[in-house]
Design a protein around this ligand. Sequence first.
Ligand SMILES: [Zn+2]
Length: 585
Amino acid sequence: MDDEIRERVRREAEVAALFNALKHDSDAQVGAIMGPMMGENPEFREHGDEIPGVVSPVIADVNGMDREEKRERLGELAPERLEELDAEDEEDDQVLPDLPNAEAYDEIRMRCAPNPNGPWHIGHSRMPAVIGTYAEEYDGEFIVRFDDTDPETKRPLLWAYDEILDEIGYLGFEPADVYRASDRLDVYYEHARQLIGMGGAYTCSCPAGEFSELKNGGEACPHREKDPAVVAEEFDAMVDGDYNSGEMVLRVKTDIEHKNPALRDWVAFRIIETPHPREEAAAYRCWPMLDFQSGVDDHLTGVTHIIRGIDLQDSAKRQRFLYDYFGWEYPEVLHWGHVQLDAYDVKMSTSTIKELVASGELDGWDDPRAPTVMSVKRRGIRGEAVVDAMTELGTSSSDVDLAMSSVYANNRELVDDEAPRQFLVRDGFEARGEGDDESYEAVEVPIDGGPDEATPQVHPDHPDRGDREIPVGDSVLVEVTDLPAEGDRVWLKGYGPVRYDGERFECLDADINIVREEGVDVVHWVPGDDNVGVRLRTMDGDATGYAEPGFADQSADTVVQFVRIGFARVDSHSPDESVAYYTHP
Ligand SMILES: [Zn+2]
């Protein structure tokens, strides 16, 4: 090979190595680079024998650079490849459709407006996932506003406020501002008084049924033409708590003959006698309806784009009457469909989950069977895996299905490289749902003739992380389904081949080829004496069993992979047993 060819090989290899390493965010591999390079440059082929010797040091150099250095070097050698890379990145990142009319606003500001009547079910995480992603894409921001203005039928749960904010953090986002509507009643009263002054609202004492009948017939009730001064007085009496629930409401004057009856003179304020659970708001009795409260707040807090459910299309239409009175511009609105979730028996509904927790059928909001954010978090699923699955659903107005398998696939990519490998032999199963008849049994088998210790790797892709040290002792435990027939062999993973004589394992002298060539099964196991009792909590029930001794040293929150079983998050250790939550296969 002459110097010119050598230089060209070196250069081609370096560009390819830089491109691959940046694209996959990992070390470049000789094999992945040689093939395409030889394909594109047939004149290199006659030097096939010498080429690896030239390429290897180039790749080693590339793998020694940090990301910035790689980008810089690729920009020098082949600026067009760097552009190609950035274009691909952009495509990958933009999973959501463009926001409507975004260019009309200096800064995009969106809002997540949860009702804190419970912690979030998984479907709720769609809003922060999507608006948090939009905020990043548009360099804008989002706010959280707790729409907690119904202390009776959607009674807030005091600890849910902070829990929801924690869950947004878990998903990887931070709101620019946090508001509680129950702190803002005076703001709503002030706007109601302005509206009354404009003749845009009236106090109405019609029994609900009677008003409905009039309204459905397109007829005004006698209160509609009341003098604004009287309305103002009666509204003050509502605020002062002079009426009982149902005696008086404040209605927005819209169009009593509007073709959509739901928009005709809707209720803006009503009396709720049940005190709000927040001390700061406990004295109020006159509460705004959601359409009034959120309509006023969206304007006052500078929201530019609203996303809400397709079933709430009337909200924007009702609120436009308010906006017209006040002379405000209505924000851009997107309506999206519902998310349906597979894999759970429990319905994805806050009230259902709340009842099951209250009755003790669920152990809590983070029970593995509960379709909640608290539960997936406890199982060791990262917020990022949920966010990616949610943004992939887009913002379509049709109902969409979220497959938990796609959350699991995302999460596996995030945790696999870190997760230390561990052995767990299951020995029992306590079903908690209906129709789950899984069972496990461990058998203890004496073992002879092998080394005292097994040293399987901490992680098969990372030999540098070292080996685990598992003392074998006089016997091992295996799951009964892994026990070979009398006279047959198995390979105890990380230890070696044994033959089962019907009572004992006898260690054999054979190499790993028997697994591939002779079909010997590889099974997991733990020492008969030195092991750790484990309860593995799954969506179907609790599996109990024994882990290798080192499991006791895995700190809480670590996600491990139980070999041949799946990933699990270490939850707690106690002298009686260690608890882990099953993440996914
Ligand atoms: Zn009336």
